[in-house]
Design a protein around this ligand. Structure first.
Ligand SMILES: [Zn+2]
Length: 140
């Protein structure tokens, strides 16, 4: 089971709202709770059909977070019609896994019309939908 702070959950579903483009950002974990979100504001990587993370922004954020003991947990982005990851989504997540030597990464999908966030754990061989709970516990 995954824990996400209420504040972060609200941030994610309220910031990824564009009806025209798939938008995205990065989530981070501290003390076992997903409690950080950084919006990827680079317009060049937004497209109506798919979102791929801005690698420079990703690397920079991971580096800064490390100083604050925030662990990079994964990438979230918006969909307009369904919560299933596309094959491109999984492809990008596996690229990040191998580039950063990770065993797994979280892939979050915000369904914009409903403002819900669904999280998947992506490994080299699997994509597993995660049971996610929202917690009021704030992590600083
Ligand atoms: Zn997608």
């Amino acid at each position: 089971m995954l824990l996400i702070s209420q504040k972060t959950y609200k941030n994610v579903v309220n910031l990824l709202v564009s009806p025209k483009f798939e938008q995205g950002g990065i989530i981070g974990t501290k003390n076992g709770v997903i409690s950080f979100f950084e919006l990827d504001i680079t317009p060049s990587v937004c497209s109506p059909r798919s979102y791929s993370p801005n690698c420079k922004m990703l690397e920079k954020t991971i580096e800064i977070w490390r100083e604050y003991n925030i662990i990079f947990a994964g990438i979230v982005h918006s969909h307009h019609q369904n919560i299933e990851p596309s094959s491109e989504d999984i492809y990008y997540m596996r690229q990040i896994i191998s580039t950063n030597n990770l065993s797994q990464i979280l892939l979050g999908i915000v369904l914009t019309p409903k403002k819900t966030l669904t999280l998947y754990s992506v490994t080299k061989n699997n994509v597993i939908k995660q049971d996610t709970r929202i917690t009021n516990r704030e992590v600083f």
